[in-house]
Design a protein around this ligand. Sequence first.
Ligand code: ADP
Ligand code: MG
Length: 389
Amino acid sequence: MTTERAERLIESFKTKFDAMPDVLVRAPGRVNLIGEHTDYNDGFVFPVAIDRDIMVASRRREDLTVRLYSLDYDQSVEFALGDIKYDDDKKWSNYPRGVAHFLQESEYSISGLDAVITGNVPIGAGLSSSAAMEVAMAVAFERACGLNIDPVEMALLCQKAENNFVGVNCGIMDQFISRLGKKDHALLLDCRTLEYELVPLNLENIKIVVCNTGKKRGLVDSEYNKRRAECERGVKILEKFLPGISALRDIEIDDIRKYSSHIPEITEKRCLYVVKENIRVLESVSAIKEHDLLKFGELMNESHIGLRDEYEVSCPELDAMVEIAWGIDGVIGSRMTGAGFGGCTVSIVVEDCLQELIDKVNEEYPKRTGLQPEIYICTAEDGAGIIEI
Ligand code: ADP
Ligand code: MG
């Protein structure tokens, strides 16, 4: 499939720009296996890069013009590197614009570029097509201009593009895994220090299955901000008793229990979830290293229950999807993934039971929700790189 898409991309480049591209880049989407809403609490996340990506065919220009064609939207844009503005009309172009802007701000000297972009990361499903787009464009500029950008720095730069140019308040996980992921590995990321560890998954006959609820993530912005505020409030209160703490990362379950009478009930629930989720991530990594996937599955299930009952960011559609998965013996673990209020679930499933899961989801989920599910069976892939032409 990759080869066919690459060929189509090259053909499109030739038609648009009347030349061969110099380089073909891909950057993957991602799914977070466990560690939700921990990133902005200086905690841990555990994503994998998946076999769905944004591909960019590009060719260096000698001037300072950038010409982009989106194959999927069938739209072209052109801008000058010296004058990069937000595009209200062709919003997809703001990701590459932001990346070019922040590359220059970081004092990388870049030249113009002709590029064609295509992707098969489902858009807006929570698998981070946006980060894939940013990272693919950053690598395209890096290659075209003979730069050598440290991968962690590149991830930070792409995050900046999304935060400050596109205007989406995302953490570092998505860009980090899209750039630094590794085939057959998940990545434990410490969102405080940006230290990371690639952990071999040894999945053998186990599959990673992502189920898209088809529910648009409606409430997510306002509720997301509320959750962040609750976490900050928890830290503020506990700081009085525990000087030196700066995030929920620094707090233990017993601290919350001990000072419980000072913490509003909702704040306490939110804080407890975050503290427990951080522990679950670290326990998941140990379980995987010990080849104890059953334990990992239990932790995934507990994570969902925490997100549903303590953090309250699930929704009936996510719960239905997870409950259907939990009802199947070969499903080792299942949980919502992403910010919540819609989007996807992630499950780990014994290969022999895959069809049963697919049939059950297709049969029961629409009955329970009136929505049509989509199912993606994913493999853990390398982070961004070059496709040899
Ligand atoms: P998510 O990252 O969860 O997929 P976002 O809303 O953050 O959702 O990012 C989706 C946006 O990224 C799209 O609206 C579009 O602007 C851009 N994008 C994603 N995939 C493509 C693509 N294949 N071609 C052009 N733009 C894309
Ligand atoms: Mg996104």
